[in-house]
Design a protein around this ligand. Structure first.
Ligand code: DUC
Ligand code: ZN
Ligand code: ZN
Length: 466
């Protein structure tokens, strides 16, 4: 079946131009000057709207076992919510817990996702520690399983933590096999001391989650990761969920020195704050407990993060989608903030929230598309199949209405959460139509896709390897 998307403005990282997009089956097959496409096809009128590549959320945690519970979105509910929000690919984190066989962790993740996804999906691998076996497994995953990125943790001692020697060994392996090391850069050993001291003083409210994870310990870990990657002969390093000005300065300095260092931030760090959300009265702030934490509105973080997105010191916006319901899940931490499961759900809202940055004059249209779709595809070995509107690419396309409006609310979202981290936010734009591999799966707020249609995407190496 062919479909001609007519009358829209196609946005890519290099510019915006009026064009008609021809889709045949699952692929984009041609870009025509307006009005010059074939006349014997079905049409989708995109007049007055933007036509952009489907969003790629490079950081999600469906069903993650964490903090004594599981992230509340399954691959079914989470990928459907992603589709509603204009995200047509997720890269989720398969998990090897300390002591487990890496391949067993990966098999468990395939079992969760297989047959349940509404949009295409790929995996990174979390290594819960590094030893001879996991180093061998890294080669096997890169060569045979389509997994070319590995997340390590400088935080969460006793859960996912790797020490500096383990990190260095994994980085050396990645330097050899072409993988990217993704780093949760917070000094977890020092943070645990601060947490114990806070609890001993009787400081148990959610805001103390943020206060015991100070910027200095994110900046320190970011610096240390960058130095370790240098020792590993400039192994590609990608800092996840960067939240703070001084951590960003470490990344910018490394990039200015020509280093293979990249970073992402997330919508929560661009919009939400320590005082206004995490510091909400009573236990309410638990909704916004995530790590890295929300930062103070009295400091320069949000301004610097938007600037980092413009300058490409921040290459990507992902969500770190890790939803927990307030009832029974976040409530595990009543009376002890350190027991609140860490995570915010937002897979449905990233495309909209970043578009609001365009409306607010903080980001160009081109950077919007680049940070939510094109760069994630290039960074994680999915380009040019994904992340771009050009002949030969998958027809993952979002028609975005700049004259529409979106009001974010738990009443209307599709994520499996009993609250919204962005309750009441109004976006001056709206996802109108979503195509995934040529199939219209969302149209004017109605769902037309199906569970199980999403395919696993084995990935190649990053396009940014030098
Ligand atoms: N941070 C979170 O907020 N949740 C899951 C894991 C992480 O690193
Ligand atoms: Zn993390
Ligand atoms: Zn994460």
């Amino acid at each position: 079946m062919t479909l001609l998307i007519t009358g829209g403005t196609v946005i890519g990282p290099t510019g915006a131009s009026p064009a008609d997009v021809l889709v045949d089956g699952e692929k984009i097959v041609a870009i025509h000057a307006p009005g010059t496409g074939p006349s014997d096809t079905e049409t989708l009128d995109a007049t007055g709207k933007y036509v952009i590549p489907g969003g790629i959320d490079a950081h999600t945690h469906m069903e993650l076992p964490f903090g004594g519970t599981f992230a509340s979105d399954t691959f079914d509910t989470g990928t459907k919510a992603a589709a509603f929000g204009g995200t047509t690919t997720i890269i989720d984190f398969a998990v090897q817990r300390t002591g487990e066989v890496v391949q067993d962790g990966l098999a468990a993740w395939h079992a969760k996702a297989d047959g349940n996804c509404h949009v295409d999906y790929a995996f990174h691998m979390i290594l819960g520690g590094v030893d001879d076996d996991s180093l061998k497994a890294m080669d096997q995953l890169v060569n045979d399983e389509g997994i070319s990125s590995f997340k390590l943790f400088m935080a969460y001692p006793g859960v996912f933590y790797s020490d500096d020697g383990q990190i260095l060994r994994a980085m050396q392996k990645a330097r050899d096999n072409g993988a990217v090391i993704m780093m949760h850069a917070e000094n977890g050993i020092a943070i645990d001391v601060l947490i114990q001291q806070a609890l001993a003083r009787g400081e148990t409210d959610p805001i103390h989650h943020g206060l015991t994870r100070p910027e200095a310990l994110e900046a320190e870990a970011t610096h240390r990761a960058i130095m370790l990657a240098e020792v590993a002969q400039d192994c590609p390093l990608y800092i996840v969920h960067l939240s703070a000005s001084r951590a960003l300065a470490e990344v910018a300095a490394a990039r200015d020195a020509g280093r293979n260092v990249f970073a992402e931030t997330c919508p929560q760090y661009l919009y939400l704050t320590l005082e206004d959300q995490l510091g909400a009265p009573g236990f309410e702030g638990a909704k916004w407990v995530c790590s890295t934490p929300l930062r103070s509105k009295h400091e320069s973080h949000q301004r610097d993060l938007w600037q980092g997105l413009r300058s490409n010191d921040l290459a990507i916006v992902s969500t770190d989608h890790c939803p927990f319901c307030f009832k029974d899940q976040k409530e595990l931490g009543v009376g002890d903030f350190s027991k609140i499961p860490n995570g915010i759900g937002g897979v449905e809202h990233r495309v909209d929230l970043l578009y609001q940055g365009v409306v607010d004059g903080k980001l160009s249209l081109e950077r919007w598309v680049e940070t939510i779709a094109t760069t994630p595809a290039r960074m994680f070995g999915l380009y040019p199949r994904k992340g771009v509107i050009q002949p030969g690419s998958d027809a993952d396309i979002v028609v975005y209405d700049p004259n529409g409006r979106t009001r974010i609310s738990v009443e209307t979202h599709h994520m499996n959460m009993d609250h919204s981290a962005y309750e009441g936010y109004e976006i001056a734009g709206k996802v109108d139509t979503v195509l995934s591999r040529g199939e219209v799966i969302v149209r004017e707020g109605a769902y037309h896709g199906s569970k199980g249609r999403g395919q696993y995407l084995p990935r190649g190496l990053s396009s940014y390897l030098v």
